[in-house]
Write a new protein. Structure first.
Length: 375
């Protein structure tokens, strides 16, 4: 039979699902499972005790009850539904933590409505985008949006760090697709902030012995051709591996640094041409394979290195279930439509869904000599 704790849990889940709703979602009736007729009559004392407990809980929390007549020896009315009449009652039943979260969301929505004259739906969309912000940063966001609303012409052509926001850190606006910047645009009805973005960059070095004394290169604009004959470009995800790659004839090493590698086609366009073999070597995890797919989606026909099930099985003892912060790596839904082979897709799905013992085997765990032998 359904218990008061079950009803409280159902109310809490409904409040959490509708944390950012602006429409009234109450009253709402929560069903009470009574069990079979045989079960009710087999233990009438437990049946009546459970019914009395549900009635007492509903009365204590300001909820109505709806009953149904069942036979327990004689016909009796048992609680069939608990009806929560309004949001205030639901928040009281859901508990202090959930109530505080909802009250904070509503307070922020009302602040945005009052200061910008927008409706609740638009304000709530902004509040949801900034759900992880502290009270201090949310207040800073409001101040920043008010300032941008009257200084659009002034900021045109500036970088984010050049914007003269009084009292703000130069880093507060963050990157072009940061939640703060997107929230400001959503609130003001702009497609984007008219700022000049810092150019992307890509680090690379020539691995031929003849180039051993050459310093590392930094591409911030397209490099039309290599400075020495190159037939292989080895892109590696992590810095330690990038710095440790030994001398190799006619080869360039590129520091992928996560999704930064998607700039390869733009900054080193000759990598997508004929006669150049591009190989990507990253972590064996969902992110690593998604980066590989993103690189291919830019038009670079690259092969993968040591990112397959055979390599995983060989180095599985060095796998991990924890991220860099010591938190468990959670399962995720595999993305569809990625530029992966059938074998890579099967491996990717297994890493995403927890079908393998470890969701990550990091690139640094594989000896460079072993990888280069396969290359």
């Amino acid at each position: 039979m359904t218990t008061p704790a079950d009803i409280a849990g159902a109310i809490t889940r409904r409040v959490e699902r509708r944390l950012y709703c602006t429409q009234e979602n109450w009253p709402h009736a929560f069903p009470v499972r009574l069990g079979s007729q045989r079960a009710l009559e087999a233990d009438p004392i437990t049946t009546f005790d459970a019914d009395n407990a549900m009635r007492a809980w509903a009365e204590r929390h300001g909820c109505r009850i709806e009953t149904v007549t069942r036979r327990v020896g004689t016909p009796v009315d048992l609680v069939a539904r608990v009806v929560v009449p309004d949001e205030a009652t639901a928040l009281h039943a859901a508990g202090r933590e959930v109530r505080a979260r909802r009250e904070l969301v509503v307070a922020r929505m009302r602040m945005v409505c009052a200061r910008f004259g927008v409706d609740g739906t638009q304000a709530m969309a902004v509040v949801k985008m900034l759900s992880g912000e502290s009270d201090v940063d949310f207040e800073l966001f409001v101040r920043a949006a008010q300032w941008f609303a009257t200084h659009r012409d002034l900021i045109a052509g500036m970088t984010a760090r050049e914007v003269p926001l009084p009292g703000f850190s130069a880093k507060w606006l963050k990157a072009s697709r940061s939640r703060r910047r997107r929230a400001i645009c959503t609130l003001l009805g702009w497609s984007e902030l008219p700022l000049r973005e810092r150019p992307g960059e890509l680090r690379y070095r020539y691995l031929d012995e003849a180039c051993a004394a050459w310093p590392e290169r930094l591409a911030t604009a397209p490099v039309s051709a290599p400075e020495t004959p190159i037939d292989t470009v080895l892109v590696v995800e992590n810095k330690d591996t990038y710095q440790a790659i030994p001398a190799m004839p006619c080869t360039m090493g590129v520091f992928g640094s996560g999704f930064t590698v998607t700039r390869l086609r733009t900054l080193l366009p000759w990598c997508a041409g004929d006669g150049v073999r591009v190989v990507y070597w990253g972590d064996m995890d969902a992110d690593g394979l998604e980066i590989l797919a993103r690189l291919r989606a830019t038009g670079v026909a690259c092969a993968s290195l040591c990112m397959d099930r055979e390599t995983y099985d060989a180095y599985e003892p060095f796998g991990t279930t924890l991220d860099a912060h010591g938190s468990l790596i959670p399962p995720r839904d595999p993305k569809e439509g990625l530029c992966l082979t059938d074998e890579e897709y099967a491996f990717y799905r297994a890493l995403c869904t927890g079908a393998l013992p470890y969701p990550r085997v990091e690139q640094e765990r594989i000896p460079i000599a072993q990888a280069l032998a396969r290359l």
